[in-house]
Ligand binder design. Structure first.
Ligand code: ATP
Length: 238
């Protein structure tokens, strides 16, 4: 079943055409990655899907319902939740308060409490640091907090923007392992924008390569990894 169906999405910043007709699908249980050079439109794609930017044209269906151009809060309520680039945790709030902010659209207090337990199970460090200001966490811990906060919104689908940005290879591996666990254990489909093509093409099921606001290549990661052009430009194999 298709969870997210994007057709011919266009987005602009004034005169700049950042998305020029992007179509993309994410099926239930899948991890789909979007790769591409700087300025290709990856962040713009996630922003448009999250409702932070209005599409100029095109349709976005989440579980069959049109969400294109809706308010970001309504999109989160419907279950499409983004982990933003650069984490954007609230530095002066405690780790626990940050996590509870993720659940601000929810009224089901018992389920929120259960999800807090589950977030702590994925990221034990966040339980240890529950009462500390989030600003004191390391970069990797803040990334964990941002992912855990997104889980607190009870997502039906997650979107991650460059979760490896600024992290050591070891921490990046850890974060990727947790993304895989979340996908496998909760069945949550994931749309992953990533600069580390090597890791992303090993984690994800399907990939879309974006260049200049357009999808120039798409397919199963397994077959894209074999392509000489992908190996040369994205995987550094010569
Ligand atoms: P990166 O890997 O550098 O984050 P990206 O693939 O996410 O790149 P976007 O940030 O989506 O690319 O940018 C797509 C295009 O839109 C680029 O040409 C960029 O310069 C432009 N752009 C992005 N944000 C803005 C903005 N706020 N105002 C004007 N132009 C923007």
């Amino acid at each position: 079943m298709t969870v997210l169906d994007v057709q011919n999405l266009e987005a602009v910043y004034g005169p700049i055409k950042a998305l020029r007709g992007v179509s993309l699908q994410v099926a239930q249980g899948q991890i789909v990655t979007v790769l591409g050079p700087n300025g290709a439109g990856k962040t713009t794609l996630l922003k448009t899907l999250s409702g932070l930017l209005d599409p100029r044209r095109g349709t976005v269906l989440l579980e069959g319902q049109a969400i294109g151009g809706q308010d970001p809060v309504d999109i989160v309520r419907r279950g499409l939740v983004q982990v933003p680039e650069g984490r954007e945790v609230f530095p002066l709030l405690t780790v626990r308060q940050n996590l509870l902010m993720g659940a601000y659209t929810r009224r089901d207090r018992d389920a929120v409490a259960r999800d807090l337990e589950q977030a702590h199970a994925y990221f034990p460090i966040l339980k240890e640091r529950a009462d500390q200001p989030a600003g004191l966490l390391s970069g990797g811990q803040q990334q964990m907090l941002a992912i855990a906060r997104a889980l607190m919104a009870a997502p039906r689908m997650l979107m991650l923007d460059e979760p490896s940005l600024g992290l050591s290879p070891k921490l990046t591996q850890e974060i990727f392992a947790i993304i895989r666990r979340i996908n496998q254990e909760r069945g949550t489909p994931i749309l992953l924008v990533e600069q580390n093509a090597h890791l992303a093409l090993h984690l994800a099921d399907q990939a879309y390569i974006l260049e200049n606001g357009r999808v120039v290549l798409e397919g199963p990661c397994e077959s894209l990894r074999q392509r000489p052009d992908i190996q040369e430009f994205y995987l550094g194999v010569h």
